[in-house]
Design a binder for this molecule. Structure first.
Ligand code: FAD
Ligand code: NAI
Length: 475
């Protein structure tokens, strides 16, 4: 096997594997090193996203939503489901199959694009203008040489101090995706994206879910109107979300976990859970890269320090995805990976950080792009706002899912769209139009004048754009 490459990518998650494919497409000899192992010890490229993140969580969200619908929503359509039962083993096995299909798909794409794949852990031996040496520790040990290295080593779940994950009672996202029996009482620490998505999965499957969140505000990153509606819907569904708590001691017993905390009024509380998911954010994976020895600089928060173009402190070493600053999102990692591969090939790769969409795959789904109303206020930007409820959308009524709304924020003077916020059915798909609109610097008038199919949920985006100038037609 060749051991000299134009590009070596360390990490085969969405940032790394996509960077490797793009580099190979551009005619660069490319290798990708990834250490993730499947249950049999074989390679499982795709990183956190494919193995214990985006893909398995969405598989479980879908299955649990079907179960929930069969129990409640179908009856409204006149479909009566008798003898409803849950085969959790099968539900989890299906999720594993979906993951494997994605792992296999990436291995196929590597072959198709002539990316050399190494299964093992990569670390720097030496770097310099003439190239870098990377040691790969896998089933065997070998050293390869690269003109350019892209570090895409991703992130890992953050544990609470002195509360390690055992993945039996105290679970990270890994254990949260594979609980073998529906826990009667499930606790989650952190009401962020994982807390809400995994809390939703297990609530729909029958758990009594309690979420303990340190911050006094719910979903602080979202637009306040969306966060308010989300709070209303999630608490109505039965998620018990406790804000402003301070976690004290956590003790794992034989079959349960006791969490001592103080609530938002400062009163001492104790809760006992069958399982506890800790979802309080993630930390960048830099340990074992040998970064210090080769002078690869980290920033003050432990991420690999990069400029806007993902250049590190070392010539010819680049870094993308969760291991660098910015939102920890698969599509952000992919965009950076593509842009870096193109820069290495002498092209002008570009990532527009202002149009990176956020999606939370709860029910209702939440999606947004651009600025929130509170951000515009704090930045003293004069804006106009238009909202349209799904209640007034014919397709949503036909679906039987009329929760939520679309909200469009536009510049008061130029009418350029500055942010779009959606809570409601298929928000994850609807947001794409707004991302494209913002990328092309469209005005709300542009969207208002585009013909949208009827009846479709996307008409709510058009109507919210019309509402910016007070001329919604159906509300
Ligand atoms: P990763 O996906 O973490 O991949 C890094 C890879 O590098 C891993 O395979 C790791 O084993 C490997 N590696 C690390 N160090 C080395 C080394 N030294 N040598 C060799 N290999 C190494 N984002 C979304 O956009 N949408 C979602 O719906 C979504 N859902 C999520 C759900 C959950 C439960 C979680 C935990 C995350 C979710 N995310 C989602 C976030 C998303 O998974 C990450 O943003 C994304 O995976 C980051 O990609 P990456 O390539 O930077 O890193
Ligand atoms: P998060 O940053 O979304 O949320 C963590 C929450 O935990 C915050 O609300 C924080 O205030 C709270 N918290 C922190 N320390 C705490 C403590 N000691 N006690 C109580 N609460 C505490 O992180 P999360 O949910 O772990 O997810 C990690 C990342 O993974 C996300 O930021 C996101 O980038 C990515 N992700 C994306 C998804 C998507 O795009 N749909 C789905 C899941 C994860």
């Amino acid at each position: 096997m060749a051991n000299n490459f134009d590009v070596v990518v360390i990490g085969g998650g969405p940032g790394g594997y996509v960077a490797a494919i793009r580099a190979a497409q551009l005619g660069l000899s490319t290798a990708c090193i990834d250490e993730w192992k499947n249950a049999k010890g074989g390679p499982a490229p795709g990183g956190t996203c494919t193995n214990v993140g985006c893909i398995p969580s969405k598989a479980l969200l879908q299955s649990s939503e079907y179960f929930d619908h069969a129990g409640h929503a179908f009856a409204d359509h006149g479909i009566e489901v008798g003898g409803l039962s849950l085969n959790l083993k099968k539900l989890l096995a299906r999720k594993d199959t979906v993951v494997k299909q994605n792992n296999d798909g990436i291995l196929y794409l590597f072959k198709k694009n002539k990316v050399t794949f190494f299964h093992g852990r990569g670390s720097f031996v030496r770097t310099g203008a003439d190239g870098s040496e990377i040691r790969i520790a896998g089933a065997t040990e070998e050293t390869i040489v690269a003109k350019h290295v892209i570090v895409a080593t991703g992130s890992s779940p953050r544990a609470l101090p002195n509360v390690p994950f055992d993945e039996k009672l105290i679970l990270s996202n890994t254990g949260a995706l594979a609980i073998p029996d529906v826990p009667k009482k499930l606790g989650l620490i952190g009401a962020g994206v994982i807390g809400l998505e995994m809390g939703s999965v297990w609530r729909r499957l029958g758990s009594e879910v309690t979420i303990l969140e340190a911050l006094p505000n719910f979903l602080g990153a979202a637009d306040e109107a969306v966060a308010k509606e989300a709070w209303k819907q999630f608490t109505k569904q039965g998620l018990s979300i406790n804000l402003g708590v301070k976690i004290g001691t956590i003790a794992a017993g034989k079959n349960n976990v006791t969490v001592n905390y103080t609530d938002d009024k400062g009163a001492a509380q104790k809760a006992v859970f069958d399982k506890l998911i800790v979802s309080i954010g993630r930390v960048p994976n830099t340990i074992g890269l040998n970064a210090e020895d080769v002078g690869l600089k980290l920033d003050e928060r432990g991420f690999i320090a990069v400029d806007d173009d993902c250049r590190t402190s070392l010539p010819n070493v680049w870094a993308v995805g969760d291991v660098v600053r910015g939102p920890m999102l698969a599509h952000k990692a992919e965009e950076e990976g593509v842009a870096v591969a193109e820069r290495i090939a002498g092209q002008h790769g570009h990532v527009n950080f202002n149009t990176v969409p956020w999606v939370i795959y709860t029910s209702p789904e939440i999606a947004w792009v651009g600025k929130t109303e509170q951000q515009l206020k704090s930045e003293n930007v004069a804006y106009k706002s238009g909202s349209f409820p799904f209640l007034a959308n014919g397709r949503a009524r036909a679906l039987g899912d009329t929760t939520g709304f679309v909200k469009v924020l536009a510049d008061a003077r130029t009418d350029e769209i500055l942010g779009v916020h959606i809570i409601g059915p298929m928000a994850s798909e609807l947001i794409a139009e707004s991302v494209a609109a913002m990328e092309f610097r469209a005005s709300s008038e542009d969207i208002a004048r585009i013909c949208h199919a009827h009846p479709s949920l996307s008409e709510a985006v058009k109507e919210a754009s019309l509402a910016v100038d007070g001329r919604a037609l159906n509300f």
